[in-house]
Ligand binder design. Structure first.
Ligand code: GDP
Length: 265
């Protein structure tokens, strides 16, 4: 198989000096020191696992013979989806938001996993199912955009409404441009269905700290004022530098019921 990228494993991150390590494992916390004094940061630390929990989560994402991680199937309709035997988590976002890169980063310790991309215009958009041993299924939903065809909207809506084993939806937002109109459409849909979701800000390595802070604060405020079903803590990730990927693995493990106790760091 392919070699995994340098900071894909916690053991590598732990060798970094403290401040870089915090930036990789807890990117949101790293930003705190640049906020105006008095800014309420309680929502920055709701999910803050310790090393033991991070390590247990990592083990779930590391494949071996007794613990296969694999692409299972693709579906364009709900009746083609695999049986809902395991808890699901699904990833949605605008085309180009960095969804395939993030899923590849999450699965970087299972290098045999192929994260397929179908970006050819006109190519049928599908839901892709990945099975993580006997623990959970990760679903890569087709990217949406301003020209999402009706059958695509219907597929995503049907999945979100009917999939009773869906534990959490991860809504990816582009860290370079922040929350866009099309993202609001997704938020409205998730709110209407009343299903739990969480926002993930991608590509955080591509923006200056100032822009990142602005986007983070805007989203946290938006979530606070306009949502019911969204987890109040925003997750920040860079699939290039691996920031936030370990924390996200841990959150996935937690929401799928595979990490019942998460002791604080
Ligand atoms: P998708 O359409 O949502 O699956 O998006 P991709 O994962 O294909 O990413 C879209 C573009 O953004 C590609 O050119 C990626 O290389 C780039 N990209 C994705 N994630 C990151 C990231 O974390 N950092 C940087 N710098 N670029 C990224």
């Amino acid at each position: 198989g392919r070699a995994s990228p340098p900071l894909a494993a916690l053991s590598h991150v732990l060798r970094l000096e403290r401040s870089r390590r915090t930036g990789i494992v807890f990117p949101l916390q790293k930003l705190e020191r640049y906020l105006a004094p008095g800014t309420d940061t309680a929502r920055f630390r709701l999910f803050q696992p310790g090393l033991a929990a991070l390590q247990r989560a990592e083990a779930l994402f590391r494949s071996d013979r007794g613990h296969p991680i694999d692409y299972v199937s693709s579906a364009v309709r709900m009746d083609h989806a695999p049986p809902p035997a395991l808890p699901d988590v699904c990833f949605i976002g605008r085309s180009n938001v960095g969804k395939s890169s993030l899923i590849r980063a999450l699965f970087s310790l299972a290098p045999e996993v192929e994260v397929r991309v179908s970006k050819t215009p006109g190519h049928t958009k599908k839901m892709n199912f990945f099975k993580v041993g006997k623990y959970f299924t990760l679903v890569d939903m087709p990217g949406y955009g301003y020209r999402a065809p009706q059958d695509f909207v219907e597929m995503v809506e049907a999945y979100l409404q009917e999939r009773h084993n869906l534990k959490r939806t991860f809504l990816l937002v582009d860290g370079v441009v922040g929350l866009q109109k099309t993202d609001n459409i997704a938020v409205e849909m998730l709110e209407e269905f009343g299903i739990p979701y969480v926002m993930v800000l991608t590509k955080i390595d591509r923006v200056s700290r100032g822009v990142l802070l602005k986007n983070v604060l805007e989203i946290q405020e938006f979530v606070k004022e306009n949502t019911q079903g969204c987890f109040p803590q925003l997750f920040l990730v860079s699939s290039v530098e691996f920031s936030g990927v370990h924390l996200l693995r841990c959150f996935v493990a937690h929401v799928t019921g595979n990490l019942p106790t998460v002791e604080a760091s």
